[in-house]
Ligand binder design. Structure first.
Ligand code: NCD
Length: 306
């Protein structure tokens, strides 16, 4: 039985297979409409979510399966003091696969150790968010045609943004990737990723504060919101929250093929006037999230569709 805690739980070959499957699902959705008939997905969300939870549920429904779960810790027995280890033992009796989001780093891993069914990490604190990474990789590969030879700008809250942490882990395995890390001093990428992932893998990167400086050099800009819920005090958040605002004027500095991705939700960091720019692909990215979660569910449940 396999779980997905980090993108590194999948080899590059396995990842390619999941992305190929997701592209086939996009092209022939009817082939997969009953692939998970009789199977159940549990969504165990101890932290708010719109896209991740609903795209998991849509994915399972598109496969002909059904879903059950809770969407906040308040509506689960966590309020009575139940541990995630005990909860997953119960859920293993009710469902075939589970997706778990938790504010504590490592909680899905604790659950996986006690689980009788595959567990997918749907975001654990500021740590990892592997299914967002699958979504990002599918978006990049489908729209750019490759996952190698790209200069990628990561902008915003690089300290607490788990989507950025997972994406870096996944992308360093491809040839010719270079990163431009764009953040205020206080929200720089943590040392454990800079040193243990970028430097250890000899991946070139630069760090800049000004977005304008980076824009002309990028193949892809990955914007993120400042992660309000991970700040210790409100003042620091208020000071940081509008540090970057990508607008039409700044987009003039970018190349004609520079894609803009964002895991969403967007707050103020991308002005709505940018949404009509053909380079803005963040809503399309959310659609890819459904296909890739379908592919992941099929893979972890070992369901083959001919
Ligand atoms: C992200 C998350 O939860 O980390 N959202 C998502 O899953 N698409 C990004 C965010 O909340 O900023």
């Amino acid at each position: 039985m396999r779980h997905l805690m980090s993108p590194l739980d999948l080899s590059v070959e396995e990842l390619d297979k999941i992305l190929d499957l997701a592209n086939d699902i996009e092209a022939h959705p009817e082939k997969y409409a009953h692939a998970c008939a009789g199977k159940k997905l549990a969504t165990l969300f101890y932290e708010p979510s719109t896209r991740t939870r609903l795209s998991f549920e849509a994915a399972m429904l598109n496969l002909g399966g059904s879903v059950l779960g809770f969407s906040s810790a308040d509506s689960s027995s966590a309020t009575k003091g139940e541990s995630v280890a005990d909860t997953i033992r119960m859920i293993s009796c009710y469902a075939d696969i589970a997706a778990m989001r938790h504010p504590k780093e490592g909680a899905p891993m604790v659950a996986a150790a006690k689980s009788g069914i595959p567990v997918i990490n749907a975001g654990d604190g500021g740590h990892q968010h592997p299914t967002q990474t699958l979504t990002d990789l599918l978006t990049i590969r489908s729209l750019k045609g490759r996952l190698s030879g790209l200069t990628i700008g990561l902008c915003g809250d690089l300290k607490f943004g788990r989507t950025v942490h997972s994406l870096i882990n996944a992308l360093v395995r491809y040839e010719g990737i270079r990163f431009v890390l764009i953040s205020p001093e206080e929200l720089r990428l943590p040392d454990y990723i800079r040193e243990d992932v970028l430097e250890r893998n000899h991946v070139p990167y630069t760090e800049v504060v000004r977005l304008e400086e980076a824009l002309p050099t990028l193949d892809l800009l990955y914007m993120t919101r400042v992660q309000k819920e991970r700040f210790f005090n409100e003042e620091d958040y208020v000071r940081m929250k509008d540090f970057y605002i990508l607008d039409k004027k700044k987009m003039k500095l970018a190349g004609p093929d520079m894609l803009i991705l964002h895991p969403l939700p967007r707050v103020n960091e991308i002005s709505v006037e940018v949404d009509d720019d053909p380079r803005a692909v963040y809503f399309k990215q959310a659609q890819y999230g459904v296909y890739v979660r379908m592919a992941l569910i099929l893979t972890l449940l070992e369901v083959k569709v001919c």
